[in-house]
Write a protein that binds this ligand. Structure first.
Ligand SMILES: C[S@@+](CC[C@H](N)C(=O)[O-])C[C@H]1O[C@@H](n2cnc3c(N)ncnc32)[C@H](O)[C@@H]1O
Length: 241
């Protein structure tokens, strides 16, 4: 990634340096949303209950995919687990290291290629199931995850049920997506920060039924869902023998 494309990392870096910043996301139909990045730096005690519960399922050697500013890596590392955080953003990885993440690497989810049985757990927190991007890419990456994880491994993945909204611009967008042959919750967007503009990417939000359909014909199966008070939920996904 070119440094001028690392809008997410620049935003994380500015926040880390004490600036007041916003996360600006632009959808490909022109819809703009704004969020505060403080969640990326939040401590375990401040996480919602479903996220804290999910951490009980993480074991052994852990791959934190899209680790951001490293909040989950830091928590698990403190508990004595061997954690590797990967993120496509070089500046996010720099912030992780400065915050004490022992193993953090610049790597995109598309590039993961670890040795067989390297991890017992893969975590995709902060709605990072969405990094699977689309149906086919998800299946391809799940196949890769199979090879690089041990028997009885788990994927702990968070996403948002796209249909649990009454925001008309989202409902219209899902219709537009269906017309263009995409999954309803396959959001195409890019991040912006000051003069930095990220590349367009697909961010896949799925209902529980859609997640189960993606996992069908793979060697992964949902063991249980952990619900939150809103549309976010976490799937505990287990490797089948
Ligand atoms: C919503 S944030 C979640 C961060 C962190 N997991 C958390 O919960 O605080 C998404 C993260 O995924 C990273 N990311 C985006 N595209 C990626 C890709 N293709 N491969 C790996 N990481 C990616 C972003 O840089 C960002 O750090």
């Amino acid at each position: 990634m070119k440094s001028e494309e690392d809008a997410f990392g620049q935003m994380i870096w500015a926040y880390y340096k004490g600036k007041e910043v916003f996360e600006i996301w632009e959808r490909d139909d022109g819809y703009i949303s704004v969020a505060l990045p403080k969640t990326y730096f939040s401590e375990y005690a401040d996480w919602p209950l479903h996220q804290r519960k999910a951490m009980e399922f993480v074991k052994g050697s852990v791959l934190d995919v899209g680790c951001g500013a490293g909040r989950h890596s830091l928590y698990l590392q403190k508990k004595g687990l061997d954690v590797l955080g990967i993120d496509v953003s070089p500046l996010a990885v720099k912030v992780c290291r400065l915050r004490g993440v022992k193993k953090a690497k610049v790597m995109s989810i598309e590039e993961v290629n670890f040795k067989p049985r390297a991890f017992n757990s893969v975590i995709m927190m902060g709605n990072n199931f969405s990094l699977f991007g689309g149906f086919k890419k998800a299946r391809r990456l799940l196949h890769k995850f199979h090879r690089m994880t041990t028997q009885n491994a788990r994927i702990i993945a968070e996403t948002r049920d796209p249909y649990r909204t009454d925001n008309p611009t989202y409902l219209e967008y899902y219709e537009l997506n269906k017309k263009r042959g995409r999954m309803s919750g396959q959001l195409r967007g890019r991040l912006r920060f000051e003069r930095y503009i990220g590349k367009w990417f697909d961010w896949l939000s799925v209902s529980k039924e859609e997640m189960v359909e993606i996992l069908n014909e793979t060697s992964w199966k949902v063991k249980e869902f952990i619900d939150s008070e809103d549309s976010q939920y976490i799937a505990i996904i287990e490797k089948m023998a």
